[in-house]
Write a protein that binds this ligand. Sequence first.
Ligand code: DGT
Ligand code: CA
Ligand code: CA
Ligand code: ZN
Length: 576
Amino acid sequence: MKNREVAAALRELADSMELLGEDRYRVANYRDAATRVEHHHEPIEVMAEEHRVEQLHGIGKSIGAKIVEYLETGTLAAIEERRPRVPQAALRLMQIPGVGPKRAMQFAQELNVQTIADLQAALDSGQIAALPRLGEKIAEALRIELQRLDARSQRLPLAIALPAAEEVMRQLRACAEVQSVAVAGSIRRWRETTGDIDILVASSDPTVVMEAFTRLPVVKQVLGAGDTRASIVTVADVQIDLRVVAPESIGVALQYFTGSKEHNVKLRALAVRRGLKVNEYGVFPADDDSRNLGSRSEEEVYAALGLPWIPPELREGAGEIEMARRGALPVLVSESDLRGDLHTHTRLTDGSSTIAEMVRAGLERGYAYLAITDHSQALGITGGLTDDELRAEHAQIRELQPEYPTMQLLCGVEVDIHIDERLDCSDEFLESCDVVVASIHSALQKPRSVQTSRLISAIRNPHVDVIAHPTGRLLGRRPGYEIDLAAVLDACASHGVAIEVSGQPSRLDLDADGIRAALERGVKLVLNTDSHAADQIGELMRYAVGTARRGGATAESIINTRDFAGLQRWLRREHT
Ligand code: DGT
Ligand code: CA
Ligand code: CA
Ligand code: ZN
């Protein structure tokens, strides 16, 4: 899979263009394309072969041609032609978030900083802080970015790890000796990033399974292989640990390898207090290895310890065992509880599907309702729409409605919140919408107090229903803008505005901690996909659900688990 390699080439081109002071919209387009290619689950070379590269949202003819060129030649003429004019050290330094083209040039030329290690040394010796227009504050921010860079290069976004795990599990099922296969570890807990993939197989013939695993086509390198466990690296540079266990021990093995480590440590301590012990074969009385009290299923294992089954998403050793003992575990929301999606885009802005294609995807999923919420005009790059253009879109949506008697189509907008706290659409237009999603897309560097009051002013607008991707973080790329989340959530609670949990794999925003804070305040959640293509409607909701479950959300705490009448009652509420 060459997605990361292609993404790196597109990014190098974007950086080169930026260093040379070229058009910033084109630069942004290349970066955006790079991210999409990188996070796409399908090998880009397969898409190229089948002439489907332009199916990727945000990738048109020109970028599509560059991807094909790179795959065919291993380079891009556009990079080569610029190379003599681009200082290579500056290019490397631009990989660090917080280092733009101007600073990269300054470090390279004034301090002869060539590499990230050089930059670290220059920070440590105080040379960076001493540069004109810099100072200790910026130097400190750079130090933090370098640490982050270090920490994140080793962890993989869930949206890459999970599809990779699923593909390997699919291939393993083809082996006749595989009785069952399951993913364990942090992926089963829906952590947003993953160190490695853990897969468990139940089989009575481990030798055959080991053979099959180490010979899968995705295997690039076998790191180690024993009788019942092996580690490999895939062609996409993802590490996978496989363990094969006897069918009668699969429950206890799944429990152990799902973790987290903290959860397991606490569980083991509880076992000891109850005169029991847990090992890879099961749960036993401390003094009697012959009486296995539970090993076939996780339910059995937890029951042997006197506990109800604990959902994997809660197994972080953060109080869930105590809750289970008290019988106070929440009944977490599940994917089948969701009745609709309240945040989607079409080709009229930065989506790649038509309204009809989006609607059909919603129908296929069996939704009772679907909102189309294209961008408002401020989002120039993404083709944001004026009030009148949005009205015209709404008219098109209403015309489609009669064709879909079982699904309600909602006319909405994702309205941008300006830095001066104004909303990007008139109140009169917002009032005409069935649903209004508000969000921040610009001026992300402003201080916390500014961003907080920016969001709160949107929450106070009586037409706003949902705050979308509330912190603005992009996993592995940038932290969110600074906000006082508690103040934002308090405002949501008093104005009856809901907070989004985005299923976009690069967002997962709010995250689990934020969700807990929202639930504590009685703030309602909305689980959305923010789909930019029809296939995302079906694919991405599970990421929102996994994140919500990590935050302890029940179906009752989520608006779009309600039927249409219930949704309407909520939408029509007085917001003030
Ligand atoms: P990751 O891979 O860093 O995203 O996180 P995990 O949770 O997948 O961790 P990993 O792959 O090292 O191990 C998988 C599970 O195996 C882990 O969640 C719990 C169990 N485990 C691994 N090492 C230990 C250990 O030293 N003690 C205990 N109690 N459990 C462990
Ligand atoms: Ca793992
Ligand atoms: Ca592992
Ligand atoms: Zn959106």
